[in-house]
Design a protein around this ligand. Structure first.
Ligand code: HEM
Length: 367
């Protein structure tokens, strides 16, 4: 049988259709994966990613909330970190500022925090042997509960603290890699929530305590742990004396004052260096909010690589070494900007409180 022009036409139409499908498949599935994320690793790039011009608050929140949806599955949180709603942001950030304001670093509030820390350390220390990370996690968690959420320290037992902190840390890590089912089925989140409900009496104020605990705990314990480790490894008495002087006199003035004849670093220099070298939030991620037709050509995630910027030569020589003197006025006339607390409108409201609070925790454990 001889193929007529109609049959030839049909088969070339089919080929065209198949080619079209192949191209569409490539555009929708393969290309977006190849361009899944774009990493920004210079200070100017971080600034323009985290503080873009001419966008609304709702836009900024949505771009942050999309990559954070994993935190809903892992912790059931409902805070501004997972919501695109400006009203949720307003209420949550104001509540956080209220809590932190009550713990002003000036005056008696600060001394009370130091006392809470000392109590936490002495309760945890003699109980039983613990590995270093676990101890630092439990101590930081206790301080956050007692100082920020008014929990009675008597109600906290070491075994429960170990369970809650290790579960939070495991779920935090798993949320980045494990499928939803593993996170929802093991029941550990319910147990954590049960302990928190028992410890925190003000249920009206904190209906979902993990909303407040997570941003504080997940960042602070890491800073406390690395700073203490650096100071122990440093083997330098002058550094130890700076810490002890601050533990004796925990004031804003002492925090900023330089040691021996102004030629030693201040406590502020020490904690700033720890935040530079080990930023607890190493990467800040934003979703690219673009129209559907652009999605195939641009990456879906924009990543601010805070750690890469902090380890760049912007901060002087030997950026991989712990050297608090790099922030001393004898070396720099203007303090280089850090991104440990983010940048722009969604940056951390605890940026000035947390460094002193962290210092307080580790200066106590050091002593
Ligand atoms: C060393 C300790 C801390 C570090 C390094 C840190 C880091 C950060 C960073 C990087 C962001 C920006 C996130 C983004 O842009 O997506 C942020 C936001 C935030 N942090 Fe912290 N944080 C710390 C302690 C705390 C504490 C103690 C609280 C108190 C509850 C807190 C509450 C918040 C809140 C509410 C936001 C969201 C601000 C907004 O959406 O406008 N943080 N933090």
């Amino acid at each position: 049988m001889v193929k007529g022009p109609v049959t030839r036409q049909t088969s070339s139409d089919m080929n065209l259709l198949i080619l079209l499908f192949a191209i569409l498949y490539l555009l929708y599935t393969v290309l977006p994966r190849l361009r899944h994320k774009r990493v920004h690793n210079s200070a100017p790039a971080l600034r323009s990613l985290l503080k873009p011009g001419n966008v609304s608050l709702a836009y900024l929140l949505e771009a942050r909330a999309i990559p954070n949806q994993r935190l809903i599955r892992a912790f059931g949180i409902t805070s501004t970190f997972v919501s695109g709603d400006p009203e949720v942001h307003h209420i949550f950030v104001n509540r956080a500022k209220d809590i932190l304001g009550g713990l002003s670093t000036k005056g008696q509030g600060w001394r009370a925090l130091l006392q809470a820390t000392e109590d936490a350390v002495s309760r945890l220390l003699p109980a039983k042997e613990m590995d270093y990370d676990t101890f630092m996690q439990c101590m930081t968690f206790t301080i956050i509960l007692v100082a920020l959420l008014n929990v009675d320290p008597e109600s906290l037992h070491s075994d429960d603290l170990v369970f809650v902190t290790s579960t939070i840390n495991r779920r935090w890590t798993d949320s980045k890699k494990v499928k939803t089912t593993a996170l929802t089925q093991d029941g550990s989140l319910n147990k954590v929530q049960h302990h928190l409900e028992r410890w925190i009496s003000d249920h009206d104020r904190y209906p979902n305590p993990l909303n407040f605990i997570l941003p504080a705990y997940e960042t602070m314990w890491r800073v406390v742990a690395v700073t203490v480790a650096h100071l122990y490894c440093h083997g330098d008495d002058s550094m130890r004396n700076i810490v002890l002087r601050f533990a004796d006199c925990p004031t804003e003035e002492q925090f900023r004052s330089f040691g021996e004849e102004n030629m030693e670093p201040s406590m502020k220099n020490i904690i700033t260096e720890a935040l530079r070298l080990h930023p607890p939030t190493k990467r800040i991620v934003r979703a690219a909010l673009v129209p559907w037709w652009k999605k195939m050509f641009v990456p879906s995630l924009e990543v601010a690589d805070v750690e890469a910027v902090h380890l760049s030569s912007t901060y002087g020589d030997g950026p991989t070494y712990f050297d608090p003197m790099r922030f001393h006025p004898s070396r720099v006339s203007e303090q280089p900007e850090l991104f440990a607390f983010g940048y722009g409108r969604l940056s951390c409201p605890a940026a000035s409180w947390a460094p002193m609070a962290g210092t307080d925790s580790w200066s106590t454990s050091w002593g």
